[in-house]
Design a protein around this ligand. Structure first.
Ligand SMILES: NC(=O)c1ccc[n+]([C@@H]2O[C@H](COP(=O)([O-])OP(=O)(O)OC[C@H]3O[C@@H](n4cnc5c(N)ncnc54)[C@H](OP(=O)(O)O)[C@@H]3O)[C@@H](O)[C@H]2O)c1
Length: 302
């Protein structure tokens, strides 16, 4: 895979978590990161201070004037307006890092002859330093064409990641998958720790217990796939345990009953694929979860 001229110099507009982490990572790999701008000078300076050879400049236009490849790492809602506020050059690369927005958000740059695309790191950037540690092995969702596509794919590989082309009409589903598996995993941890508290135990003890469990589960999914990684009463066909859970949730955390049922119904086919669940037990579990869900829904409507 060849790296095009577009990677000769790199700039960032938007010096937040993603812009700063990518700028540092690219510089460490030897890419010349020349300029950074942000809404505030302080953020641009903070990024530049961590990237050798990078200058904090006055605004987006100064970045565009200095870099052959410009990353728009602003919040999603600012991408179009920032792209439209700049004079771009013929053949210049302009990419944003949003997972959900299509490359079309950069049409203003495309109309001026720039090559536009997306370069979405499929990772959570809760902090710059943690994100830098967590970059190797991630997927980059790319939408681009021609020379820019080749360069971005090459960049993803150099960063130790896996480039995957995500066309415009698949981006929302692609992004929703991250929210379900990552963002809502945090909500599940919160719900789990809350259950400890509701049962008179320590919430912190709950989190301490849940985190290694969740970590091992994620590791198992990666190593063995979702079917092998799935364990618990649904796999064993322990109907009594599920019934007890539902009774207990109804007492301590009624708001979690429908969540438990919906996720249980989603997971039941996975449990069946593991091969230990009899048809009778599967039907009984399905009836139990479905029945309780209907009761909950009727309750909510009343
Ligand atoms: N966070 C994640 O986990 C994650 C993961 C993958 C992709 N992304 C995507 O990466 C992009 C950036 O997200 P982020 O989490 O890095 O956001 P962020 O931490 O909020 O940073 C955004 C930066 O953009 C700057 N900014 C805001 N409006 C601007 C404007 N009009 N012109 C120039 N700069 C402006 C802000 O500047 P000041 O600091 O100067 O106010 C801020 O530093 C988004 O498209 C997001 O969807 C995020």
């Amino acid at each position: 895979m060849s790296e095009g001229k577009v990677l000769q110099s790199v700039g960032f507009i938007g010096a937040g978590a993603v812009g700063t982490a990518l700028a540092i990572a690219l510089r460490r790999l030897g890419y010349p990161v020349m300029a950074a701008a942000s809404r505030t000078t302080a953020s641009a300076k903070a990024l530049a201070a961590r990237v050798d050879g990078c200058e904090a400049v006055n605004g987006p236009q100064d970045v565009a004037d200095r870099a052959s490849l410009v990353f728009l790492t602003t919040p999603d809602d600012a991408i179009e307006a920032v792209a439209a506020s700049v004079r771009w050059s013929q053949g210049q690369g302009v990419v944003h890092c949003s997972g959900v927005k299509p490359a079309e958000a950069l049409d203003a740059a495309k109309r001026q002859g720039a090559m536009v695309g997306t370069f979405h790191p499929f990772q959570t950037f809760a902090s710059v330093d943690q994100a830098l540690e967590d970059l190797p092995g991630i997927t980059y969702g790319i939408e681009a064409e021609g020379e820019l596509l080749q360069s971005l794919e090459s960049l993803a590989i150099t960063l130790g990641g896996k480039p995957v082309q995500i066309p415009a009409d698949a981006r929302a589903a692609y992004h929703a998958s991250a929210i379900i598996a990552c963002g809502y995993m945090v909500a599940l941890a919160e719900a789990g720790a809350g259950l400890w508290e509701a049962a008179g135990l320590s919430r912190q003890d709950g989190l301490d217990a849940l985190v290694p469990l969740m970590g091992a589960t994620v590791k198992n999914i990666g190593k063995q796939g979702t079917i092998q990684a799935f364990t618990g009463p649904l796999v064993r066909g322990d109907v009594g345990t599920v019934r007890l859970h539902l009774e207990t949730l109804g007492r301590y955390a009624p708001h979690l009953v429908s969540l438990y049922c919906r996720l249980g119904l989603e997971a039941l086919p996975l449990a069946a694929k593991k091969g230990r669940l009899s048809v009778d037990a599967r039907n009984e579990l399905e009836g139990l979860l479905q029945g309780r869900l209907v009761t909950e829904d009727q309750h909510a409507e009343a």
